[in-house]
Design a binder for this molecule. Structure first.
Ligand SMILES: Cc1ncc(COP(=O)(O)O)c(C=O)c1O
Length: 393
């Protein structure tokens, strides 16, 4: 009897377990204060509105909602997205909006359509780990564009000349929390245009501002030079798996074919339910409640970090989104410290996986949105004690 020999594709070697998911498993132990998650707060999910909308869809359009549907997405939802984006200064037609199964799928489709083995793909340093994972199977060469606390350095964009695109997260970045100023956006857009570098702009957190809305997207300045991605995960619920990608018109047919091949279409039922929820301005009432909640948690974490972090540590307080970024003294390694932190009852995400080089071992990301303020204080205190102990060794 012969033994079957499964030979995996070369790209399978580029699929790696998400360090973050592994850590999340650790942090799920009872009693751990998890500042590790990238999850929105479940207390913000609009359960009642979803229930009512679900009933309405099943009552009024059950067969359409349960049938196969168009790969582009549900027409009224595409119209809604286009109108929203026009309000942010983008020139978008509904025909350019491709509804995706989470914006994570949008990143995968971008990779499929734009990356060949060996293509240069420019990314921020640090950048969203999930984007690195989505692009990696297409075998790009990542080019990390250097930057400062304000974001990527426009002058450093020259190092990305010839790249297929630069992936950018202008608003409340995952992981660093930073938001690009209008001036930095202008300079980056001008630098990208001057070298013909396309931009892939990912914006799942833009609506979660605490003090003032962020400046308009880079895509508003770049027109056909940008692909824009958005998501309903952080303003409604991630379990819906609903996002969108807006490619320039010349890329739309290929993006659509990639989408068709991937999953035919995003669940039409979810699209119709979400459209029912949001069509009459629900988000204008709902999103401010998320902002207020997250702002209070941000304030609690800022106060706790100020009070407890040992000298030599630095952090930035975000003006929106879900994350603080902490730099420990450079002698410390956040991955090595994590088991000790978990022993003391707190979990976080080490920063190194967010860098293409795996460097910056002394950095870490803290999420503040799923933990009540009193627990944030307790968690930060435990973290500070672990750092203090390591510094004394
Ligand atoms: C920067 C960024 N992009 C995309 C995603 C994926 O979001 P979703 O697929 O839920 O829309 C996330 C999720 O955390 C994210 O942080």
């Amino acid at each position: 009897m012969s033994t079957t020999h499964w030979q995996m594709a070369r790209r399978a070697a580029r699929l790696n377990p998400s360090t973050i998911r592994e850590i999340l498993k650790l942090s799920e132990r009872p009693g751990i204060i998890s500042l590790a998650g990238g999850l929105p707060s479940a207390d913000t999910f609009p359960v009642q509105a979803m229930r009512e909308a679900t009933e309405r869809v099943l009552r009024e359009q059950p067969r359409e909602a349960l049938q196969y549907a168009a790969s582009e997405g549900y027409g009224p939802l595409r119209e809604w997205v286009a109108a929203e984006l026009c309000g942010m200064g983008l020139a978008v037609e509904a025909a350019q909006v491709l509804i995706t199964t989470g914006s994570q799928q949008g990143l995968d489709l971008v990779g499929k359509v734009l990356i060949d083995p060996g293509s240069a793909v420019a990314v921020e340093s640090p950048t969203y780990l999930g984007a690195l994972q989505a692009f990696a199977p297409f075998e790009p060469e990542f080019v990390a564009v250097e930057g400062d606390a304000e974001g990527p350095d426009p002058a450093a964009l020259a190092s990305a000349r010839g790249a297929r695109f630069m992936y950018l997260l202008p608003n409340f970045q995952n992981p660093s929390g930073r938001c690009l100023s209008a001036a930095r956006r202008d300079a980056l857009a001008a630098a990208a245009q001057s070298i013909g570098l396309p931009v892939v702009e990912d914006n799942p957190y833009g609506d979660l501002w605490f003090d003032a809305p962020p400046p308009p997207p880079l895509a508003a300045r770049l027109g056909d030079g940008a692909i824009y991605l958005g998501s309903f995960s952080k303003v409604l619920a991630p379990g819906l798996r609903l996002g969108y990608v807006v490619p320039p018109k010349q890329l739309f047919p290929k993006m659509l074919q990639a989408k068709q091949a991937a999953d035919l279409h995003t669940p039409g039922f979810n699209q119709r339910v979400v459209y029912e929820v949001i069509k009459n301005g629900f988000l204008r009432e709902h999103v401010p409640t998320i902002r207020a909640r997250y702002r209070a948690q941000r304030d609690a974490m800022r106060a706790a970090l100020q009070a407890h972090l040992p000298a030599g540590c630095r952090f930035n307080a975000p003006e929106g989104g879900m994350f603080f970024w902490v730099e420990l003294p450079s002698s410390l390694d956040a991955t090595a410290l994590l088991p000790k932190a978990v022993e003391r009852g707190v979990a976080y995400v080490p920063g190194a996986p967010f860098f293409t080089s795996g460097s910056h071992a002394h950095t870490l990301r803290l999420s503040f949105v799923t933990v009540p303020p009193a627990k944030i204080e307790e968690g930060v205190r435990a973290l500070a004690a672990v750092i203090e102990e390591a510094l004394q060794k």
